[in-house]
Write a protein that binds this ligand. Structure first.
Ligand code: HEM
Ligand code: SF4
Ligand code: SF4
Length: 506
């Protein structure tokens, strides 16, 4: 599986580089696919509510009411109809890309399985909601969908009487199924919203809103599309005539042409197989189980920073149990902890300056302790020679190829967010290096969700624990780049070295 993921990640990095160039790192749509999914959902929901005001839910009058909206009220309900259609299509695009991207960047395995597993039924829901929507227009495309879907459903042993009988000809046509579709099209999205909420329950501060610029630009693009190519109906459905030609929606109806070549029963089987394979992917292969963060109560003052910063909601604050004069203490839920170390970076007691007693912060990763990190910084920088010595704190996801040299020490961390700001102070103040580079994932796209954002805020002295004022920030470089961007990081390092050289000459 790893080579497939690597190849896909390379493809994403390539395409995303172009988008980053066009939109900037912050507004790169690939970084916001899940949030765009929410955004398109809200556009579909809002436009849908508006359309419902004018929509006639009777099978005989539905077509005319949609025509009225499209032609007579093209400037309002017509635009809403197009927005409804195009935002639904956009939802499919972003969700499918989101699925592939989370897979490619391996954000689904181990304790992160939850979002993936709840995403799989969401995918099915999107299709059910979209297909039932096409049905409601009751034009020739709806007729095709009604017939194909009912025949396909009849291959399952679910219904006593074949439901395709409802669509044999105009005399057989009843409103029963149509009413069911209206019901599905209204309650399906409501249930989908509930599932979307469940989907992000293991994410604290889930990013469900894209940045304003991206949101405004996307809405504008949809509006322009709606004005230039308004969504229109095909001729009205007539069950006595087989439509000769159909305008098709490949986003929602992609499986339907397969019914011409694969028997319906077998196509169900393939579809279930695809969903079953998707559902087990978080365990293929099982992730290595790293130990969860551990709390050392004797060094914890209950400040709640670890609780605030954990990206996976793995920490809760509970009443104190050790009798010390603090109200609360953190409790780590090992089932949710991804061992990212971000809580360690947020803990004010994780300071390498500590002299009294062993260095044991209030919270830490048992397999990557702060004491070891301090020793590693001292050892690695001790081996550095040259006029301008730089230490690079790099997260496990970031490329550092070509940075290794006699005057550069590289120290790895699970996430850039694990680095307490006091380590930068320690490294510079104690003369272990002349400059510090923190190398992490692209802005807004931290592999562990929030690590690079918190680090940027802590180093900019906007978030606790702050970088101390005495640190000369010209000697600190934050390098947020996509995973494979080794060349760009080397260039950043060259520029940084030149700056540091200049500072030494001052
Ligand atoms: C309506 C459809 C969907 C919406 C609106 C949606 C939205 C989101 C959002 C907002 C996040 C959180 C991003 C963050 O804060 O970091 C997320 C994460 C995620 N989603 Fe979805 N999603 C949808 C469907 C799917 C599907 C179909 C899958 C895959 C089967 C999926 C898999 C994931 C995974 C693996 C994560 C990240 C988990 C992690 O970082 O640990 N999602 N999604
Ligand atoms: S290691 Fe990461 S996931 Fe685990 S408790 Fe700390 S911040 Fe939360
Ligand atoms: S950040 Fe450190 S001191 Fe504060 S509550 Fe968490 S473990 Fe305790």
């Amino acid at each position: 599986m790893a080579p497939i993921k690597r190849a896909m990640a390379r493809a994403f990095n390539g395409v995303e580089g172009i988008f980053e160039y066009a939109f900037g790192q912050r507004n790169n749509p690939f970084v916001w696919l899940g949030a765009l999914g929410w955004y398109f959902y809200w556009i579909v929901a809002a436009s849908g509510v508006y359309l419902y005001i004018f929509f006639d839910t009777g099978i005989t009058a539905a077509y005319a009411s949609v025509e009225y909206m499209t032609r007579d009220q093209w400037y309002a309900a017509g635009i809403m109809r197009s927005l409804h259609r195009y935002a639904s299509d956009a939802l499919v695009i972003v969700v499918v890309l989101h699925l592939f991207r989370e897979f490619a960047f391996d954000r689904l395995r181990g304790r992160r399985f939850f979002a993936w597993l709840t995403g799989v039924p969401l995918l099915a829901f999107i299709y059910v909601c979209g297909i039932s929507g096409y049905w409601l227009v009751w034009d020739q495309l709806a007729q095709y969908i009604a017939l194909a879907t009912s025949e396909w459903l009849d291959t399952l042993p679910l219904f006593g009487e074949p439901i395709a009988n409802n669509f044999l000809d105009n005399t057989a046509l009843g409103g029963r199924f149509f009413t069911l579709m209206v019901f599905i099209h209204i309650f399906g999205p409501l249930f989908m919203l509930l599932l979307m909420w469940v989907h992000v329950q293991r994410h604290s501060q889930a990013r469900v809103n894209p940045p304003r610029g991206l949101a405004a630009g996307t809405l504008l693009a949809l509006l322009v599309l709606s004005l230039v190519y308004p969504a229109v109906s095909q001729p009205p459905a007539d069950l006595d005539v087989i439509p000769a030609e159909l305008g098709f929606d490949w986003f929602y109806l992609i499986a339907y042409p397969l019914l011409d070549v694969i028997p319906g029963g077998r196509l169900w089987l393939y579809l279930f197989a695809v969903f079953a394979v998707l559902a087990v992917l978080p365990w293929v292969p099982p992730a290595k189980r790293l130990p969860a963060a551990r709390v050392n109560l004797d060094n914890c003052n209950g400040c709640t920073r670890c609780f605030d910063d954990c990206p996976f909601g793995a920490i809760t604050m509970v009443p104190r149990t050790d009798g010390l004069a603090y109200d609360a203490q953190p409790l780590v839920n090992a089932d949710n902890c991804t061992s990212c170390g971000i809580c360690v970076g947020s803990c004010p007691t994780a300071t390498p300056f500590r002299r009294a007693g062993p260095l044991r912060p209030g919270i830490e990763l048992p397999h990557r302790t702060i004491a070891e990190l301090r020793d590693e910084v001292v050892d690695a920088t001790g081996r550095c020679a040259g006029r301008v010595r730089v230490v690079v704190f790099a997260c496990d996801t970031s490329a550092t190829d070509g940075l290794e040299s006699d005057d550069t020490a590289i120290v790895r961390l699970p996430c850039a967010g694990m680095l307490p700001p006091s380590f930068v102070d320690f490294t510079l103040k104690r003369g272990h290096a002349d400059g510090v580079m923190i190398a992490g994932c692209a802005e807004g796209d931290c592999h562990h969700r929030l690590g690079n954002g918190w680090t940027a805020d802590r180093m900019a002295r906007r978030r606790d624990p702050y970088l101390r004022r005495r640190v000369d920030t010209r000697r600190l470089l934050l390098s947020w780049l996509p995973a494979g961007a080794a060349r760009r990081r080397r260039s950043a390092m060259s520029r940084f070295r030149a700056t540091l050289g200049g500072l030494d000459d001052e």
